[in-house]
Design a protein around this ligand. Structure first.
Ligand code: PGA
Length: 240
């Protein structure tokens, strides 16, 4: 595992961008695993800037997003489809037909997860971008999730609902369930890029990099990944 500690916000975005663009330049039809949340926004801004300045094209790029809330329509500005359109896709030339999401409005959730798992088994992700929860979750794989898991429905933990409530009117209106890619599927990506900033991530980052590999800290599975890069700021890396 390679750990890069950024000294400031610019370097944090720069380090992540370097890892991402390296894959895209070497493989113009790469499959990207994409993430939502506040952390990757600075990377997406850089990708848009680079697309405009250097004409890096995404026309042959495909993407798979990690997760989606259950019960939010894609027109809801907190749905992850909306987030990706708003924060990345509208600023680059990706073909929306090449972007893939779990459908949080699906009537038959098990069928929807099986559909996504099948697609993932047929498509090898070249780089999987990840954030990390303060409780060590990756995607919405909460502590206790099996390392063998595939796409599935999750009851979000109290701490995750609380962390996410900052994007909603109140805790009461924050979604309590989500669909997520499974840990075994994340591990199949050729390269993993995990980004974390802020001191509320310091314990999770310590556990990921130096702790015991345990299902109680889902991110620790990445200790077994052959090509994992962790980009942190000094606060998130403060316990390393
Ligand atoms: P954040 O979320 O980037 O908004 O902190 C990360 C996560 O929960 O995976």
């Amino acid at each position: 595992m390679k750990v890069r500690i950024a000294k400031n916000k610019q370097e944090f975005a720069e380090f992540a961008f370097e890892e991402m663009i390296d894959v895209i330049k070497n493989k113009p039809d790469a499959i990207l695993g994409l993430a939502t949340g506040s952390t990757p926004i600075c990377l997406y801004e850089k990708m848009i800037e680079d697309h405009k300045a250097n004409r890096t094209t995404y026309k042959d790029i495909h993407s798979f997003n990690l997760d989606e809330y259950v019960g939010l329509d894609i027109s809801n500005d907190q749905s992850y489809v909306y987030f990706m359109n708003d924060n990345l896709f509208k600023g680059i030339d990706i073909d929306k037909n090449n972007t893939n999401f779990l459908n949080g409005m699906a009537k038959d959730v098990d069928k929807e997860c099986a559909r996504y798992s099948k697609l993932l088994s047929e498509n090898e992700i070249d780089i999987q971008l990840l954030g990390i929860g303060s409780n060590g979750h990756i995607a919405f794989n909460e502590p206790g999730t099996s390392f063998d898991s595939k796409a599935h429905k999750v009851d979000l933990q109290e701490s995750t609902i609380k962390d996410n409530s900052r994007f909603f009117e109140s805790i009461a209106t924050t979604p309590t369930q989500a669909l997520t890619m499974g840990l075994s599927e994340i591990m199949k990506a050729k390269k993993v890029l995990l980004m974390a900033n802020g001191k509320n991530k310091a314990d999770a980052i310590y556990g990921l990099v130096k702790g015991q590999m345990t299902e109680n800290l889902p991110a620790s599975i990445l200790q077994n990944h052959p090509n994992c890069v962790v980009v942190v700021d000094e606060e998130a890396g403060s316990k390393l």
